[in-house]
Write a protein that binds this ligand. Structure first.
Ligand code: DP6
Length: 326
């Protein structure tokens, strides 16, 4: 039995728009470098058993995977077997895979990142063995990151824990030791109607996309500087500008994509109107807000939500240390 646990990550600089690819090797490569913080409490657990006969069987949250998810995971098994075909031509065998999350579905927590990170590690362990996979994770995590990226781009940034910078084929961990918190304000649990994969494709049609690419390297460097010097206010200004820009790109895509809800806009407005604060927001492809801070802001957020007469669930998270393999 192989058991892997991995956490999602929240992007401080967003992966939004992919390089065109007609090869599986260059699937899901971001047009720009992106940077994220790995979470700690939210987790995907993958249990895997291999057998020499039968067929692959995949369960997600206790039920047989949908045809689409099943195919995605079978393709992922095949690409990992292909990657190791010279040293381990026998492949993985027939896999029984069970995947589950401990965090609510469609809560604005990127489950594809933790799921594909955990699946990649578990499938690698089925192909090359647990010990060799652990050695890869410890000494060449870029190999695992590159394979995870081909399952889902953001999964490339979940393999090491801490803060990761992804550019091109794989992500690397950056040397930042700052235990920030991420308090997630879950305003809605409805699944998004436009997938992030579709959002990536449309991003390239925004008339503001070229301009975004022009100034992103500067923002990415500044954000790394803010992280390294633990400057929350500098970090926060960059975080918010980046999140709002990603949504502006989505909203000016052809056809447009609207991920923010009226409630998300209300909360953003109320946060921005505060005369003083020690927390900053970011948002992925959905309406739920990630509030980044150094100390707990749950109480403040609850008061703010009450004043706005909004109901929301709060998920408290923080900086995580990366996946585990048993
Ligand atoms: C808004 O990694 O979900 O969360 O590569 O198509 O699986 P695919 O996309 P995905 O995109 C994540 C987009 C984002 C920003 C980010 O995580 O950087």
């Amino acid at each position: 039995m192989i058991s892997v646990c991995a956490s999602p990550n929240i992007a401080f600089i967003k992966y939004w728009g992919k390089v065109f690819s007609n090869s599986d090797h260059t699937r899901n490569i971001g047009v720009n470098a992106s940077l994220s913080m790995t979470l700690n409490n939210a987790k995907t657990f993958v249990d895997l058993e291999a057998s020499t006969t039968g067929a692959h069987q995949i369960w997600i949250e206790g039920t047989i995977a949908s045809a689409t998810d099943n195919q995605k995971i079978i393709d992922h098994i095949a690409r990992i077997e292909d990657h190791f075909k010279n040293s381990h031509p026998q492949g993985a065998g027939f896999l029984h895979i069970r995947s589950r999350n401990n965090f609510p579905h469609s809560a604005g927590i990127a489950s594809s990142a933790s799921a594909f990170c955990a699946l990649t590690i578990a499938i690698c362990a089925a192909v090359i063995g647990k010990e060799q996979t652990q050695t890869l994770l410890d000494t060449q995590p870029e190999v695992i990151s590159m394979l995870a990226r081909r399952g889902s781009g953001s999964a490339a940034r979940s393999v090491c824990g801490g803060y990761m910078l992804w550019q091109g084929w794989h992500a690397i961990k950056i040397a930042v030791d700052w235990p920030l918190r991420d308090t997630i304000v879950i305003l809605s649990k409805s699944s998004k109607t436009i997938s992030s994969s579709e959002g990536h494709a449309r991003a390239l049609t925004s008339r503001h996309f070229a301009e975004r690419l022009n100034h992103l390297p500067e923002r990415t460097t500044a954000l790394q500087r803010a992280l390294k010097s633990r400057n929350l206010h500098e970090l926060g200004a960059l975080l918010e500008a980046e999140a709002l820009e990603m949504h502006m790109i989505a909203e000016t895509s052809v056809p447009p994509v609207h991920y923010l809800s009226p409630d998300s806009r209300k909360v953003i407005g109320a946060i921005q109107a505060l005369p003083q604060r020690n927390f900053y927001f970011t948002v992925d492809a959905g309406p739920n807000l990630h509030i980044i801070s150094e100390s707990s802001v749950t109480q403040t957020l609850q008061t703010l939500l009450k004043d706005l007469q909004l109901e929301a669930e709060i998920w408290e998270d923080g900086l995580g240390t990366g996946p585990t393999l048993e």
